[in-house]
Design a binder for this molecule. Structure first.
Ligand code: C2O
Ligand code: CU
Length: 440
């Protein structure tokens, strides 16, 4: 059952052009530069964008492909590109620890294979908070082999932006310490760079949403009326079995791959709505907002495809005899200024955690603070040990005062890999550490 002609034209993102016709290689150019667009009708906003698009173009590839990205920096500041969630070689991780940041006018080539299907994203990793706030982020979709067609796919890059009345972005570089401590949120919620855009859909025909939370601080909790979501996967591709959920919650940096079937009469418009989640500091008190309007038209002419009860065989990491590492998320106040840290050390004084490739570990992530943090590890998936089902993840919410046990089996890609809170203000305030993976 096709969707109406142009059903997602109000919201769909451009796709990056593959410059290499040979199979198995996707080669794209990403140029970061200032760009003027209209976020609020009637006023223009200068954002930072990749290829003149905010979010950047969606990069689409197949599992096993090699991705080649020519990054050209036309920003007034140095930058890099980090491939959030992808198991890249260390030198391709795009942080200031793994490469010299690309100066204004400079360029850098990233080349790496894509070993895992899933929904990933890319963003700078120098002054991340400021650069992501200004609009530098985009989706990277890696399609699995023989994946079933379960619904019409829509990539939704979720974010927010803090605009002044004249349409200019409130300079993230000047954020006061206390607001950074709270994790400053934008005043406009965006889906693919647009406020409350509309799609047209047929009632009874499922949509497959690839959701990416690219906001610097805002968590996204979403509902579509009383329709339930069927979650197929998250950060690292499919989960084992589809999971019914009334709402989807994404911490910053997290992703979800979910089916939802709009129900209603043609002519009705449904609201895919944002509802507040309390991650601390009064964030739970905000009013509900509209993310996406779903205008219904037509009627389904056949039943929806059956979702297989088993999506993927995903072995649980065997943690028998695994050693443990304690990662405490900590904070302190020095002369009235908040400093966030890992095990009491801000990133400038980080004490690396050493692990051996091929040996399972348990990372015990203990949140000692009174607010939630979004724990993200570069380069490797982990599995939350007490989750009711097996899932490969790279970003997970650690609720206030709670401890999560994460199983990790690092493969042989040695080097220093960052982990940090993906509330990017918090990473900037010091809540960032390093995992040192050594070859046996
Ligand atoms: Cu999404 Cu260290 O990053
Ligand atoms: Cu945090």
């Amino acid at each position: 059952m096709p969707e109406p002609e142009g059903w997602a034209s109000d919201v769909a993102l451009p796709e990056a052009r593959d410059e290499d016709p040979s199979p198995g290689v996707v080669e794209v150019t990403l140029t970061a530069a200032p760009h003027t667009m209209s976020i609020v009708e009637g006023v223009s906003t200068e954002v930072w964008a990749y290829n003149g698009s905010m979010p950047g173009p969606t990069i689409r590839a197949k599992v096993g492909d090699t991705l080649v990205v020519h990054f050209i920096n036309q920003l007034p500041v140095e930058s890099t590109i980090h491939w959030h969630g992808v198991r890249v070689p260390n030198a391709m991780d795009g942080t200031s620890m793994t490469q010299t940041p690309v100066p204004p006018g400079g360029s850098f080539d990233y080349t790496f294979p894509l070993p895992d299907a899933g929904t990933y994203w890319y963003h700078p990793h120098v002054s991340s908070m400021a650069q992501v706030s200004r609009g530098l982020y985009g989706a990277l979709v890696v399609e699995g082999e023989g994946e079933p067609q379960l619904g019409h796919e829509l990539v939704m890059v979720l974010s927010d932006v803090l605009l002044n009345d004249d349409g200019s972005i409130n300079p993230p570089e000047e954020e006061p310490n206390l607001e950074a401590y709270f994790g400053r949120e934008g005043n406009h919620l965006l889906v693919n760079g647009r406020e409350a855009p509309e799609i047209r859909a047929v009632p009874g025909v499922p949509l497959r949403l690839r959701l990416i939370n690219a906001a610097t601080a805002r968590y996204f909790q979403m509902r579509l009326g009383d329709d339930t979501f069927t979650r197929l996967g998250g950060d690292g591709g499919f989960i084992e079995h589809p999971l019914k959920e009334p709402a989807i919650l994404l911490a910053t940096g997290e992703r979800a791959d979910a089916l939802v079937t709009p129900h209603g009469e043609p002519g009705e418009t449904l609201d895919l709505g944002w509802t507040a989640y309390d991650r601390g500091y009064g964030t739970g008190l905000q009013e509900p907002r509209t993310l996406l309007r779903v205008a219904l038209e037509g009627r389904a002419d056949r039943p929806a495809p059956i979702v297989p009860s088993s999506l993927r065989a995903l072995p649980r990491i065997d943690t028998m005899g695994a050693g443990e590492d304690l990662i405490q998320l900590t904070e302190s106040f020095e002369t009235g200024m908040a400093v966030l840290s890992i095990n009491g050390h801000p990133f400038s004084e980080t004490v690396p955690i050493e692990v051996m490739a091929g040996s399972p570990r348990i990372l015990r992530v203990e949140n000692t603070t009174k607010a939630d943090h979004a724990f993200h590890l570069h380069g490797f998936f982990f599995q939350h040990i007490s989750a009711p089902f097996v899932e490969d993840k790279d970003t997970i919410n650690v609720p206030a005062q709670q401890t999560l046990s994460l199983a990790l089996l690092p493969d042989d890609r040695p080097g220093g890999w960052m982990f940090h809170c993906h509330i990017l203000d918090h990473a900037e305030l010091g809540m960032m550490g390093m995992l040192m993976v050594m070859s046996p």
